[in-house]
Write a protein that binds this ligand. Structure first.
Ligand SMILES: NC(=O)c1ccc[n+]([C@@H]2O[C@H](COP(=O)([O-])OP(=O)(O)OC[C@H]3O[C@@H](n4cnc5c(N)ncnc54)[C@H](OP(=O)(O)O)[C@@H]3O)[C@@H](O)[C@H]2O)c1
Length: 337
């Protein structure tokens, strides 16, 4: 690990920010000074880091004057407001969790297991991908490297945590209300989530897809350097507290058997093979929660085809970690190698 750095976490009290602080501690990221930043609402409260109380400060432009790496997860409008401090800045890097710069030509979009080297092409800002996309790429890329991915259809089962701390609380509150015979209050998510699911994450676009679905389409192409990848996604919110799951139907250039795919996954970084259905072993969000690696299983030959070029598989990954906090800290680690 490289030199000790001055690190700021912008949005430290949020669902992603809390995990960032925990991840920096767990991975023993070398820090000479840690600034925890949030809104005025949180200023003065404390958070623990390595057993010490760190006082949360209200975020202002001055907060970043003496910072080497700023991990941003305070929402798009905040990222836009502060980006000017970093663009073109040689001394300080913003690793941003929002979606606002991901597709900019001068902003690398990085999943370290896939395209770590892109991180070094930054101009002050590096983007962390959409959570569902990051989890998908880490699982699919090793198969692509071996057999050439041609087309993919992804259906997602996304947890409340993808909507932030308030969405997680809404699932808990609605569940308690419905069980008590009371009507569910819908304040944060698009629909009632307790005892329900809905195919609506982010807003709808003219082509009938949602923004979340098109983020997967565009970002996967950029991360995997596959500008022509054929990909179609349906994103669904499910009443799971944390960790996203995805059903992936993949078509490859070359033949690939489930046995070959299992061997590739066993030897790939960032994934764990979890594929023994006879013993009820397969990826589930409850098992993926709090884990760094993405669980991969239910690997089988696609029976809708007459060849060996199609595979089905199911994955679960903690999107607050691999889809956000962990991936951001891994990018910082890459820069500090
Ligand atoms: N949840 C996910 O799975 C996920 C995954 C990837 C990317 N992201 C992205 O990460 C960002 C944060 O998501 P989240 O789920 O962690 O949201 P969240 O739980 O709602 O947290 C938002 C954070 O931003 C802070 N904040 C809000 N307004 C602020 C202001 N004016 N000045 C300074 N700080 C402010 C909040 O501080 P207070 O506590 O003081 O209000 C809180 O720390 C979003 O851009 C989101 O799209 C989320």
């Amino acid at each position: 690990m490289g030199r000790s750095l001055r690190v700021a976490v912008a949005g430290a009290t949020g669902a992603v920010g809390l995990e960032m602080v925990k991840t920096l501690e767990k991975r023993n990221f070398p820090i000479s000074e840690l600034k925890l930043l949030a809104s005025a609402r949180s200023a003065g409260k404390t958070m623990k880091f390595k057993g010490e109380d760190v006082v949360i400060q209200e975020m202002t432009k001055k907060s970043f004057e003496d910072v080497d790496i700023a991990l941003f997860s305070a929402g798009s409008s905040i990222s836009k407001e502060y980006a000017e401090l970093f663009r073109g800045n040689k001394n300080s890097v913003m690793i941003d969790n929002s979606s606002c710069f991901r597709m900019d030509d001068d902003v690398p979009l990085v999943v370290p297991e896939v395209n770590a080297e892109d991180a070094f092409k930054h101009n002050g800002i590096i983007a962390n991908p959409n959570c569902t996309t990051a989890i998908m790429c880490v699982a699919v890329y090793p198969l692509h490297k071996a057999k050439g991915l041609k087309r993919m259809v992804a259906s997602t089962y996304q947890a409340a945590s993808g909507g932030g701390a308030k969405a997680m609380q809404e699932l808990i509150d609605q569940t308690a209300d419905v069980l008590a015979g009371k009507p569910a209050q819908v304040n944060v998510m698009a629909q009632q989530i307790a005892f329900n699911l809905f195919p609506h994450i982010d807003s709808f676009l003219d082509n009938g897809y949602t923004k979340e679905e098109m983020k997967m389409f565009n970002e996967a192409r950029k991360i995997m350097h596959m500008p022509e990848l054929m990909l179609s996604c349906s994103c669904v919110r499910v009443p799971v507290l944390r960790a996203h799951s995805e059903s992936l139907n993949m078509e490859f250039e070359q033949d690939i058997t489930p046995e070959e795919a299992r061997e590739i996954i066993k030897n790939a970084p960032g994934v764990i093979l979890c594929d023994d259905p006879a013993n009820k072993v397969y990826p589930m969000p409850i098992d993926a929660t709090d884990k760094y690696d993405v669980l991969v299983g239910r690997i089988r030959q696609d029976v809708s085809r007459n060849d060996k070029k199609g595979l089905e598989m199911f994955i679960s990954g903690d999107q607050l970690l691999k889809g956000a906090a962990l991936n951001a800290v891994q990018i910082a680690e890459v820069l500090n190698r």
